[in-house]
Write a protein of this length. Structure first.
Length: 432
């Protein structure tokens, strides 16, 4: 039985796509092994959001060559889509596959192995208009499953390379979403996360009038579903229909990730973000008014070109006023081919790191404040792992991390009384 090792860099969508590729290999009789082991084939699913992602991608290619110099190495993902010739020139690479040809992965590597010649399968993704619907095979996990229902983005934020790597909007059919979700529930997954590159634009590329709320409602109707969660969502795409589902359906997790990117209107405009800080704040207040226990997390880019120290300080003060529980802070990464890359007044790397650090400190404060609101309450926790010290951890529906020293099996949902702050979350006691 030939052995294949797969590894992933980047977002949850990339991770999902690696799982589907692993399923295709299993279906064809391959043994899946860890990427640290010697294998006959190595599949590297790359990221191109930052320079760091691309550098790590190259490092993983070289690691695979070191593990087995005679193995077939295939590179896919956003970096492969954007720079196929650059990757082709890396010693040891046998195949480069774009972001919309993963269904051919097994055939591609087998062809490369048979002929010992380079195979390139990178097409113009801007011409793709159909969602690449790959069924899942041989699902391994028993806790949370990520299900990709949308691909592509047409926002063209001035800092972002992803629209060029992923192409236009493409939505999975609701029938396919329900079929795959049903399969996940039957295979023991207690939580499904619906995600995409531009999730809130789901259905916009079709003529059937369906929206993300329709897809969510369809999945929520599946018998046996315990918990449904959404991936990252643009704030301007949070519809009233979606909020109504959050209010009315107990299986719809009270957690939204809404990227803000900056708390200053001038910076948002330069980023080509299509909202103001006032609109963002008003939306969050409306959401919290309807769903008081909801967790809202966000993304912030620090050191965008032209962001002055004063603008950053004002941004920080604005973010402090928001009812959010967590901030994912990133230093701006200059991406060739984007408008922001040639903007004047690029911010110094040291200054960017300093701003990220301040955002992380604020995130820690926000997280503690949010968790404190739930001390003494009882909540359902989906447990994910037991660590070497015997302490198990998992998450509530509103994404509070809960720890306990009681016996809790991976994938089990248990009602816990949350008693105190602990590490980056809360401590839980069994409710008998």
């Amino acid at each position: 039985m030939p052995k294949v090792a797969l590894t992933t860099l980047g977002c949850k969508v990339n991770q999902f796509e690696t799982e589907t590729m692993a399923g295709l290999f299993r279906q064809r009789g391959y043994e899946i092994v860890d990427f640290t082991e010697k294998a006959d084939f190595y599949i590297i699913n790359t990221c191109s959001v930052t320079h760091l992602g691309e550098r790590k991608s190259r490092q993983l290619i070289r690691r695979a060559v070191h593990l087995n110099s005679t193995a077939i190495i295939a590179v896919t993902g956003c970096y492969a889509q954007l720079a196929p010739e650059e990757i082709k020139d890396i010693e040891g690479v046998n195949a480069v596959i774009g972001t919309n040809e993963r269904k051919h992965i097994v055939d591609v590597v087998e062809y490369a192995a048979e002929g010992k010649e380079f195979v390139g399968d990178v097409r113009n993704v801007m011409q793709e208009h159909e969602f690449e619907d790959i069924p899942m095979f041989g699902m391994q996990s028993r806790t949370r499953a990520f299900l990709k229902i949308q691909d592509g983005c047409t926002n063209f934020c001035s800092y972002c390379i992803i629209p060029y790597a992923r192409g236009p909007l493409r939505s999975r059919t609701i029938d396919s979403i329900v079929q795959e979700s049903y399969k996940l529930v039957k295979n023991g997954f207690n939580e499904i996360v619906l995600g995409g590159i531009h999730l809130g634009a789901y259905g916009r590329d079709t003529n059937n009038g369906k929206t993300l709320a329709d897809a969510v409602a369809a999945v929520l109707n599946i018998d046996g579903l315990k918990r449904l969660r959404l991936g990252s969502l643009e704030s301007i795409e949070v519809s009233d229909e979606l909020l109504d589902l959050l209010v009315k359906n107990e299986h719809f997790a009270h957690h939204l990730h809404l990227p803000l990117q900056s708390g200053h209107d001038n910076v948002l405009k330069a980023m080509n973000r299509h909202y103001t800080t006032a609109e963002f704040a008003a939306l969050l207040q409306r959401i919290v008014g309807k769903i008081p226990d909801i967790a809202i997390s966000t993304d912030i880019i620090a050191g965008f070109p032209g962001e002055t120290a004063r603008q950053f300080a004002e941004s920080l003060e604005f973010i402090k006023t928001l009812p959010i529980c967590r901030i994912h802070a990133f230093p701006y990464s200059r991406r060739k081919g984007t408008p922001a890359a040639v903007m004047p007044d690029q911010v110094d790397e040291t200054e960017k790191k300093s701003r990220v650090h301040r955002l992380q400190q604020l995130s820690n404060e926000k997280a503690r404040q949010f968790c404190q609101n739930f001390i003494g309450t009882v909540m359902a926790v989906l447990f994910e792992q037991t660590m070497s010290d015997g302490i198990a951890d998992g998450h509530t529906g509103n994404y509070i991390k809960v720890y306990t020293d009681k016996v809790a099996r991976r994938g089990e949902i248990r009602r816990m009384k949350l008693t105190k702050l602990y590490r980056d979350g809360l401590w839980g006691e069994n409710l008998f």
